[in-house]
Ligand binder design. Structure first.
Ligand SMILES: O=P(O)(O)O[C@H]1O[C@H](CO)[C@@H](O)[C@H]1O
Ligand SMILES: Nc1nc2[nH]cnc2c(=O)[nH]1
Length: 212
């Protein structure tokens, strides 16, 4: 996909995730998601690439969930397991690739949290998310991943840390969307390289071939 739909644009989560079901019907087996997010983990720097290990579906806690409503059994079961949403083998492969590409000083692993947006976090909200165990926060991805997991797609996710989320009332810098775009442009080639290499090697995992 070139771009995506967001909840904050006014689309229902059913519409936001519709393309994922189309992918499934087209025979797609693996969904690779990328996004931009704000770093909450104190160790993260702007420009880091975070391999998404897990997520927190904050809108889902409040009933904004793409699988609410009658379950379409053609896609998946009523109560899907979500404890292994991000495929372990692909994450391991991505870590190995980041070593080969000499990217280790800016590749991390962590937990992504979705909020609805469109405003960026207040300091109190950011502190709360950090306490909850979130390493980064953004306004997308989780609905698509949830629907992908529901219909049995294998998922791999990368989040680019485009800014540090303000956790301190004395900090003067303010996050803005221009910064998000600028950092995304700066890291675009590294992200492309990681994804391209991963795609080139992922099928070897399916065939049970040692990728090292
Ligand atoms: O998650 P993506 O769409 O990559 O982008 C993130 O960056 C935008 C805010 O700057 C929001 O859309 C947020 O979700
Ligand atoms: N919610 C949220 N989304 C983002 N997308 C990019 N940076 C951020 C951020 O700091 N907060």
């Amino acid at each position: 996909m070139q771009g995506r739909f967001h909840l904050y644009e006014g689309y229902s989560l059913c519409k936001v995730t519709f393309p994922v079901r189309i992918f499934k019907l087209l025979g797609v087996e693996t969904l690779i998601v990328t996004n931009a997010s704000g770093g909450l983990c104190p160790d993260f720097k702007v420009g880091d690439i975070m391999l998404i290990k897990d997520h927190i579906n904050l809108p889902g806690f409040a009933g904004q969930h793409p699988l609410c409503g009658p379950n379409d059994e053609r896609f998946g079961i009523r109560f899907p397991c979500m404890s292994d949403a991000y495929n372990k083998d692909l994450r391991k492969l991505a870590l190995e690739i980041s070593q080969e590409l000499n990217y280790t000083n800016f590749v991390r692993e962590g937990v992504y949290c979705m909020v609805s947006g469109p405003n960026f976090e207040t300091i109190a909200e950011a502190r709360m998310l950090q306490i909850l165990g979130c390493d980064s926060v953004g306004m997308s991805t989780v609905p698509e991943v949830t629907v992908a997991k529901h219909c049995g797609l294998r998922v791999f996710g990368l989040s680019l840390i485009t800014n540090k989320v303000s956790l301190d009332y004395s900090r003067e810098e303010k996050v803005n969307h221009e910064e998000v775009l600028e950092i995304s442009k700066m890291r675009a080639e590294h992200l492309q390289m990681m994804v391209n290499t991963l795609i080139a090697r992922a099928h070897l995992l399916d065939e049970g071939i040692n990728v090292n």
